[in-house]
Design a protein around this ligand. Structure first.
Ligand code: NAD
Length: 488
């Protein structure tokens, strides 16, 4: 079946009508059109969301969790077709498409539990007969802007938390992956129907490109803008939100490194390197882009990696033995070509698609393109002599998302994780930098934007903190012992 036929059959199965509109979805598998959708109306969406907030914030959080539980059920039932659609529209291999939907299910489970654990603190008051506490209240409509490379999971990370926290959500997906968004919206609609009494406009989808995104970003009725994409996008969105004193959660690009030490288990490291550098055709924010190898093991490791890179199966992502699917489009190919020039190896896997062999490049120094995120499978290899140099190289890039070390030396591992070690939001030992679990807070520092979403206490970004002091006494002592006596 052609990608268009397959997409049409999945969309029918999921109850999506994507036959019209001016936004074209193309499959990276062969470049063919697989559907069209209409662009949305940002102002209308925010108006309805603001209205929905007034009601949703009054629903007890565990009941809000029930909606997310139902969404999790719908996702479980539709896991395969939705994953296939991710493959058709995003180009991920089937295993990774399934993994992406599983991530959605996992965050739903997490959020359901969280809906009974939105804990505040009680705080010791310095005044007699006073009590202090902290409460977390719903925040307001949340805008989710997502990137093409995680076309459905990023929405779920945000939406599941935002909903249990009492907020309506508006989703502006990537203009490159509108069909998967429509499919998720259809599943959400089923969950809402089963839930029963959710307000209209609680969960909305607004399709479109950058201009539609900007209109939403500028709307002061949006309390939180959670934006995932390139650093260039964050550089545009962050100041716009700040100008109106809105809240922004930015999840931007990465230029992630792995240090391989002399004591490393090289067989383990090789597998981790191949998955994190070549998987998703190098199009993950956490993709491994820089390998910092100790000179004593570099020769051996590089020789082995050359073999692995030369033999990894690049091709149609629907085939079970393919490990590397296509780049998303021609502009991604051009970006890779700008860096590699004639060294780029295009593979004629399926006519119309942009398939490339992952590239291993031995870099003399960490400079030029090595410092940047090229969103394609290019792995630079740098050699180091002493551990301090390896750490410096790890940190010496503008981004600060993910990092990893392979070592069996406890001192090196602990140093890497310490305050003087990796400066990234994610630092791993003996696993690669990509493929995070939803239980941890996800995000990074510096030009990665500083936001955290998904697990741990990331939910706090989606709520409004309120500090309360209650006086149950008969006197009115002031804080810091200030005297402000009124003459009798
Ligand atoms: P992109 O920046 O081109 O687009 C991302 C989204 O932002 C799209 O929905 C786009 O329409 C929207 N957008 C772009 N400019 C905008 C503006 N001025 N105002 C409002 N919205 C705007 O990114 P992409 O090519 O889709 O995705 C790849 C990038 O995303 C890479 O840099 C990757 O590292 C990053 N990414 C980061 C994470 C993370 O969690 N840190 C996750 C996935 C992807």
């Amino acid at each position: 079946m052609s990608p268009a036929e397959e997409a049409a059959s999945i969309l029918t199965e999921l109850g999506v009508d994507a036959d019209g509109g001016d936004l074209v979805s193309s499959s990276p598998i062969d470049g063919s059109e697989i559907g069209r959708v209409s662009t949305g109306d940002p102002a209308a969406a925010t108006e309805v969301a603001a209205e929905a907030f007034l009601q949703w914030r009054t629903i007890p959080a565990p009941r809000r969790g029930e909606l997310v539980r139902l969404l999790g059920e719908e996702l479980r039932a539709a896991k395969e077709p939705l994953a296939k659609l991710v493959t058709l529209e995003g180009g991920k291999i089937v295993q990774e498409g399934l993994g992406e939907v599983q991530e959605m299910i996992d965050i739903c489970d997490f959020a359901v539990g969280l809906s009974r654990q939105l804990y505040g603190l009680t705080i010791a008051s310095e005044r007699p007969d006073h009590r202090m506490m902290e409460q977390w209240h719903p925040l307001g409509p949340v805008l989710i802007i997502s990137a093409f490379n995680f076309p459905v999971a990023v929405w779920a990370w945000n939406a599941a938390l935002a909903l249990v926290c009492g907020n309506p959500v508006i989703w502006k997906p990537s203009e490159k992956t509108p069909l998967t968004a429509e499919a998720v919206a259809a599943l959400m609609k089923r969950a809402l129907k089963r839930f029963g009494d959710a307000p209209d406009g609680l969960v909305q989808l607004v399709q479109g490109g950058r201009e539609i995104g900007e209109q939403l970003v500028d709307d002061s009725r949006i309390a939180l803008v959670s934006a995932t994409g390139s650093t260039a996008m964050g550089r545009a969105v962050g100041p716009r939100v700040a100008r109106r004193f809105g809240r922004a959660l930015l999840e931007l690009g990465g230029n992630n490194a792995m240090i391989v030490c002399p004591s490393a288990d090289l067989a383990l490291a090789e597998r981790a390197i191949l998955f994190s550098a070549a998987g998703t055709a190098g199009q993950r924010c956490t993709t491994l882009r820089r390998l910092i190898v100790h000179e004593s093991v570099a020769e051996q490791l590089v020789a082995r990696l050359k073999q692995l890179f030369a033999n990894v199966k690049v091709g149609d992502p629907r085939e079970p033995d393919t490990l590397v699917g296509p780049l998303i489009d021609e502009s991604a190919f051009d970006g890779m070509k700008r860096v590699l020039g004639d060294r780029i190896e295009r593979i004629e896997a399926v006519s119309g698609g942009y398939y490339v062999r992952p590239a291993l490049v031995e870099a003399e120094a960490q400079a030029g393109a090595v410092l940047q995120e090229t969103f394609a499978p290019i792995l630079y290899v740098l050699r180091y002599r002493d551990f301090g140099e390896a750490l410096r190289l790890n940190n010496e890039v503008p981004h600060g998302l993910s990092s990893a070390i392979f070592t069996n030396n406890l001192r090196e591992a602990e140093r890497f994780l310490s305050a003087t070690g990796s400066d990234c939001g994610i630092a791993n030992v003996n696993i690669g930098p990509s493929g995070a679990e939803i239980g941890g807070a996800f995000g990074g520092e510096k030009e990665t934007g500083g936001g955290r979403e998904s697990g741990s206490d990331s939910w706090r970004a989606y709520m409004r903190r309120q500090t309360n002091t209650v006086n149950y006494g008969t006197d009115l002592p002031l804080a810091q012992g200030i005297r402000f006596d009124i003459a009798p």
